[in-house]
Design a protein around this ligand. Structure first.
Ligand code: FNR
Length: 393
C-alpha cells in the first residue's frame, strides 16, 4: 500500500541497498520508541478544514536569515550519504538547489565540502559535531567559510553515540561485519555498481582531507567513535561564536531550558530534534517537545524542527505548532537511495503539492499566517499537548 512518497521510496531503498545500509538509515536507538513516536505523534495531529475562502493566491515560500526558501524545508545533515547513492551528497545538494531549499552537509559526509559546495550555486549549510580534536573543528570551519558556507549547524546531542542495536544485527557493526557487508554488496548488484564501484572514494571526505591520508571508511568510523566529547559544555562553544560570522543554529534541543540557554549563548536558531530517534530512546517526540519550546523562546531566535516528517502535511503541523521551518532526514535519503537526484527532486515536489493542498484546505494563504488555529486538535488525543500549549482552539 502506498501511503506517501516517503513510504514508497523507503520500500524502493530497502530493495536496492545492502541491508546494513538500509537499516543504518531506517533504524534508531535501543527499542526505537522515540523513532516511532516522532512519526506517530505527528500523524495523530488533526488539521482543521476550512472551505470557500478564495485560496487562489497562496504562497508557500519563506525566508531564514535573509535566505529565501521556496518551501519551508531544509535537507538535514545525514552522515555517509555518499554510501546510499553515487557521490550522494552532491546529488542531494543539486536536488535541493533545483527545488529552492538549503542542503546541509554533515561533518561525516563521504563527499568533502570542497566537492559539494562548488557543485551548486546556492551556499550549502554545514553541520559540525563537537569533537575532542579541536584542530579538526577549526580546520572544518575554515574550509566551510572558504567554500562560501554561511549557515552553521552545530549538533550538540551527540556527546556520546547512542546504541543502535539494528546495526549489530544488520552487519553494519558486530561480529564478522566486514564479511557480511561484502556478501550483502555482491547480492545487491545495482548498488554495488553505482556506489560500490563508481562511487569511490569511500571515506569521510572532510576528515580524510584533515588527516591527509587515504584510509578506509572503517578507520574513520573508529576515529570518529574515539572523538566524541562527553565533557562538552556551552563555554566550549564560545570560540565558535567568536569565529563564525554567519548564522549559528544549535541542533538537538528538546527542552525549553536548553532553548533559553541557546538564546543566552547568542544562537541565531535552534533545531528541536532528538536526532531522528537515534540518540536517547524514550525522550519526547519532536512534535511533543516543540510547543513548550516555542512558548519559551518564540520570537527570540528562529525555531527549526526535525523528526518524523514524511509529508508536506507534517510540515504544516509543525509550523502551526511554532516552527519557522522543518528539516527532513530519512524522507530525502530514501528517495536518494532509490532514485538519486531525480528522486529527491520528485519528493520535494510532492512535499510542495501536499503543502499547498493542506494550506488551501485549512484556509491559510502564507507560511507566516500558519498557527495553531489551523489544527483541529482532538481534545482526547491532545490533552497532554494542551498542557504545554496556552491556547488550543
Ligand atoms: C542522521 N542525523 C544526523 N544529524 C547530524 O547532525 N549529523 C549527522 O551526521 C547525522 N547523520 C544521520 C544519519 C542518518 C542515516 C540519519 C537517519 C540521521 C540526524 C538528522 O540530521 C535528523 O535530525 C533526523 O534524520 C530527523 O529525523 P527524520 O526526518 O529522519 O525522521
Amino acid at each position: 500500500m502506498i501511503i506517501s512518497a516517503s513510504t514508497d521510496y523507503r520500500e524502493a531503498a530497502r530493495r536496492k541497498l545492502p541491508p546494513f545500509l538500509f537499516h543504518y538509515i531506517d533504524g534508531g536507538a535501543y527499542a526505537e520508541h522515540t523513532l516511532r513516536r516522532n512519526v506517530g505523534d505527528l500523524a495523530d495531529i488533526a488539521l482543521r478544514q476550512r472551505v470557500l475562502r478564495n485560496m487562489s493566491d497562496l504562497s508557500v515560500n519563506t525566508e531564514l536569515w535573509g535566505e529565501k526558501l521556496d518551501i519551508p524545508v531544509v535537507l538535514a545533515p545525514v552522515g555517509l550519504t555518499g554510501m546510499f547513492a553515487r557521490r550522494g551528497e552532491v546529488q542531494a545538494a543539486r536536488a535541493a538547489t533545483r527545488k529552492g531549499v538549503p542542503f546541509t552537509l554533515s561533518t561525516v559526509s563521504v563527499c568533502p565540502i570542497e566537492e559539494v559546495a562548488p557543485a551548486i550555486e546556492r551556499p550549502i549549510w554545514f553541520q559540525l559535531y563537537v569533537l575532542r580534536d579541536r584542530g579538526f573543528m577549526k580546520n572544518a570551519l575554515e574550509r566551510a567559510q572558504a567554500a562560501g558556507v554561511k549557515t552553521l549547524v552545530f549538533t550538540v546531542d551527540m556527546p556520546v553515540p547512542g546504541a543502535r542495536y539494528r546495526d549489530a544485527h544488520s552487519g553494519m557493526s558486530g561480529p564478522h561485519a566486514e564479511f557480511r557487508r561484502l556478501l550483502q554488496a555482491v547480492t545487491h548488484p545495482a548498488w554495488a555498481w553505482d556506489v560500490g564501484v563508481n562511487g569511490r572514494p569511500h571515506d569521510l571526505g572532510n576528515v580524510s582531507r584533515y588527516l591527509g591520508k587515504a584510509t578506509g571508511l572503517k578507520d574513520y568510523i573508529g576515529w570518529l567513535g574515539a572523538n566524541f566529547d562527553p565533557s562538552i559544555s556551552w563555554q566550549d562553544l564560545e570560540w565558535i561564536r567568536d569565529f563564525w560570522k554567519g548564522p549559528i543554529v544549535i541542533k538537538g534541543i528538546l527542552d525549553p531550558a536548553d532553548a533559553r540557554d541557546a538564546v543566552g549563548f547568542g544562537a541565531d536558531g535552534i533545531i528541536v530534534s532528538n536526532h531522528g530517534g537515534r540518540q536517547l530512546d524514550g525522550v519526547l517526540s519532536s512534535v511533543r517537545a516543540l510547543p513548550a519550546i516555542a512558548e519559551a523562546v518564540g520570537g527570540d531566535l528562529k525555531i527549526l524542527v526535525d523528526g518524523g516528517v514524511r509529508t508536506g502535511l507534517d510540515v504544516v503541523r509543525l509550523i502551526a505548532l511554532g516552527a519557522d521551518a522543518v528539516l527532513i532526514g530519512r524522507a530525502f535519503v530514501y528517495a536518494l537511495a532509490a532514485a538519486g537526484e531525480a528522486g529527491v527532486v520528485n519528493l520535494l515536489e510532492l512535499f510542495e503539492k501536499e503543502l499547498r493542498v493542506a494550506m488551501t484546505l485549512t484556509g491559510v494563504k502564507s507560511i507566516a499566517e500558519l498557527d495553531r488555529s489551523s489544527l483541529a486538535i482532538d481534545p482526547e488525543l491532545t490533552k497532554a499537548i494542551a498542557a504545554e500549549v496556552k491556547q488550543v482552539p
